[in-house]
Design a protein around this ligand. Sequence first.
Ligand code: SIN
Ligand code: FE2
Length: 204
Amino acid sequence: MNLFATAQLPPGVVLQRGVARDPAIIAALETVIAAAPLRTMITPRGPMSVRMTNCGSLGWVSDASGYRYAPADPATKLPWPPIPDALATLARRCAEDAGFPEFYPDACLINQYTPGAQMGLHQDRDERDFAQPIVSVSLGLPARFTIGGETRKHATFDIELEHGDVVVFGGPARRMYHGVKRIAPGHHPLLGARRLNVTFRRAG
Ligand code: SIN
Ligand code: FE2
């Protein structure tokens, strides 16, 4: 395991430090969470340690039978809230700065980590078009983000992500395995004992 400097990131991974610090981003997320509350999703392997919700025309949902993208919130049967303009603009600008000029996400996943929560190594591979990148925004408590390669066996390295950091992974990095180590206890001035990760995808 190595901690790489930005210049040494693998092809297709673009790290944009501190570009998502505008408090309007958190305010926009709170409106989504008020309309579609965070919940524990169950996967075939058990409950997730993050609590999550979605906005956009498609949302990522999971139950004991598996996961998929769905147009409605299974808790309310209502469409997911739209992606707030402040978030869509941020995602499009970050994608453009990373070399993906026409990024119009239709799915935005919001994951809330509290200390002890983590996300195991996985690929994001339920989206239709792998030419579209993933834009991942980190807010609140810091996290150690692990990136590998296209197989589980590939060597991994870690990036420390802090409040306002954005990672864009596209092109050769689009199918890399990635995950998040257990979040350490802490307190963030804006989010308290929480980390929010927001990923924008073109799913449909
Ligand atoms: C994810 O892979 O969906 C989440 C990544 C993160 O929390 O940084
Ligand atoms: Fe992911």
